[in-house]
Design a protein around this ligand. Structure first.
Ligand SMILES: [Fe+2]
Length: 575
């Protein structure tokens, strides 16, 4: 069975499952090259996914989507709709399905949708099955499906909001998934309180001059430089109920914004960032602790934008009694394209079969792969191509002074570069954070992340058992052992933490071997890994984009398969 999933809100994306196997997953921005592209049907990533999976749209048996943005023409012209249609046309081209269902008190999306237009626009078969998944349930299922804990597992989600909810919690006892909080009924709750901890973090991002829903990571980095002077004032706005919900004392989003904005008048950006960071940690930890009073928990799965917060995730992994945590790597809304399909499989084939097919997530290289022939065809003029046996040694040698990039397999899913489209550099000098960020036109307060071989990881980073799996996906910070802090200063934050990615040779031989050679040359056990893109540009996807980066002087050299490509002037150093 071929199921196509997509999300049409912000950070739109598409994915395809063949039976129970994810075979393609691409975020719309990576194809259209517009950061966080969305609020539309992601036609470009749907086409890309079909190409990756070697399928035709007519092969698709079912489509599962979020209750997000759909063009006006897909809605039935009800009398209420007709009343407003003249006002709407030309003003809004899309409407949010969940909002329309809520306003019209409709429980089945098909009551207000006419999917003939969508079938036609996408070229789908007439008998294709449509399903609409719940936002938080989809977030949660991404974490559930890619863990294999057999019982005592808590799955939680938190984000800026979706389908009327801001959080959800589910408990897996080995047989069933018990909904503690979240679910479809929140779509119809018109009395709900909109002041959520996810909103609070986004508001601080905005108040400090950055883009909400995009630059929250900068605030996490900035937080380590300040004191959490307003932490208590933020925490006291949130109440944890006996039923395991997070509620708020504030009556509206506006009140939350005004409270946080007033703090800015009385403190530095660093202190406000520290306040929201520590407050978020405290609220989420209190929430988990309250859930742990009612449920026996040894494992915690997390998803939703709030859990892009690597520092928060470390705190969760450090909770006493927790044996393992997992953060779904595409934890933001792009991951809903995958969760929507899992929700469809659960609904149509049953939870029992879904449980049987759960698996641990492999390194998520789900984009289009390119043959060396195709990549070589794109090498620009004026570049030297090495393909000798020692190309990896040569690349490692260059890394002592220069910045390289790796182009391997298909592009990563999720916000982090994990060795498929990564820029790599030496961690020995802290100043590279400024010089490389300047070269890429980026502003960051957190140092670059390191990657490390599995055989070395625990010598350098204090990786508890509960953190190890999350470290494969760079979704968590760890402490750094004192003796390494000064040896690898470019990847250690002021609070002596880092965000390591643990890599095995089976995951990516090229990424692994270049680090081995670098280590032989320098005795340094890590390399910087930063995403292969410039400021505000989505992560690179195609060979052409990779070589453009070389031409634009963002990187000094590129390696792929058994090739090293560099400009003539740098080639002199190797001859
Ligand atoms: Fe979300």
């Amino acid at each position: 069975m071929i199921v196509l999933g997509f999300h049409s809100g912000h950070d739109a994306a598409a994915a395809i499952f063949k039976d129970y196997e994810l075979v393609a997953f691409v975020k719309e921005e990576r194809i259209t090259r517009k950061k966080s592209d969305g609020h539309k049907i992601p036609f470009d990533s749907i086409q890309e996914c079909l190409k990756i999976a070697g399928l035709n749209i007519l092969d698709v048996d079912a489509v599962s989507m979020s209750k997000a943005h759909l063009p006006i023409k897909y809605y039935k012209k009800t009398s209420r709709w007709q009343d407003n249609i003249n006002k709407l046309i030309g003003k809004f081209k899309v409407r949010i399905l969940a909002t329309e269902m809520s306003k019209q008190g409709v429980y089945d999306a098909l009551e207000i949708l006419n999917l003939d237009y969508m079938k036609k626009d996408l070229g789908l078969c007439d008998d294709v099955v449509f399903d609409f998944a719940n936002h938080h349930y989809s977030h949660m299922l991404g974490a559930f499906y890619y863990t294999q804990w057999i019982e005592k597992s808590l799955y939680i989600t938190a984000d800026g909001g979706g389908d009327g909810a801001f959080y959800s919690a589910y408990y897996f006892d080995g047989k069933s998934l018990i909904e503690i909080y979240g679910g479809d009924k929140y779509i119809y709750d018109h009395e709900k309180n909109y002041a959520s901890i996810g909103h609070a973090y986004s508001y601080v991002t905005e108040i400090l001059g950055f883009t909400p829903n995009k630059h929250e990571g900068k605030i996490t980095g900035l937080a380590a430089l300040g004191e959490p002077v307003f932490k208590d004032k933020i925490v006291e706005q949130f109440i944890i109920t006996d039923t395991g919900k997070i509620d708020s004392k504030l009556e509206s989003e506006k009140a939350l914004y005004e409270l946080l904005n007033s703090m800015k008048e009385n403190t530095s950006a660093e202190n406000l960032a520290a306040s929201i960071q520590v407050a978020t940690e405290e609220v989420i930890l209190k929430w988990i602790s309250s859930l742990m009073k009612s449920y026996e928990v040894e494992y915690i799965g997390m998803s939703g934008g709030v859990f892009a917060n690597v520092r928060l995730n470390q705190k969760v992994a450090e909770i006493e009694g927790i044996k393992d945590v997992f953060i779904f790597p595409p934890m933001g809304d792009e991951g809903l394209s995958v969760g929507n399909i899992i929700a469809f499989l659960e609904k149509n084939k049953g939870l029992k079969r879904l449980i049987k097919n759960r698996k641990n997530m492999k390194i998520p290289y789900f984009g289009q792969e390119y043959s060396s022939e195709k990549i070589l065809n794109e090498v620009p003029k004026g570049m030297i191509v090495y393909n000798k046996d020692d190309y990896i040694e040569k690349a490692a040698l260059l890394l002592k002074k220069y910045v390289g990039a790796i182009f391997f397999a298909g592009m990563e899913a999720g916000p982090r570069a994990l060795g498929a489209r990564s820029m790599i550099a030496s961690p020995s000098d802290r100043s590279i954070n400024d010089s490389l960020n300047q070269r890429l036109n980026r502003t960051e307060f957190m140092p670059f992340a390191p990657y490390v071989r599995d055989i070395d990881a625990r010598k350098i980073f204090k990786i508890e058992d509960s953190m190890y799996n999350a470290c494969k996906f760079m979704t968590i910070t760890t402490d750094v052992y004192e003796q390494y802090v000064d040896l690898i200063p470019a990847v250690v934050h002021v609070d002596k933490t880092a965000r390591p990615q643990i890599i095995s040779r089976d995951d990516n031989y090229l990424y692994y071997d270049v680090l081995t050679e670098f280590q032989n040359l320098t005795q340094l056990p890590v390399l910087i890994n930063t995403s292969f893109n410039a400021h505000e540009e989505p992560i690179i996807n195609t060979p052409k984009e990779a070589f453009q980066s070389l031409l634009d002087d963002r990187i000094d050299f590129l390696i792929f398969e058994n090739f090293l490509v560099l400009p003539n002037k740098l080639g002199v150093e190797l001859s």
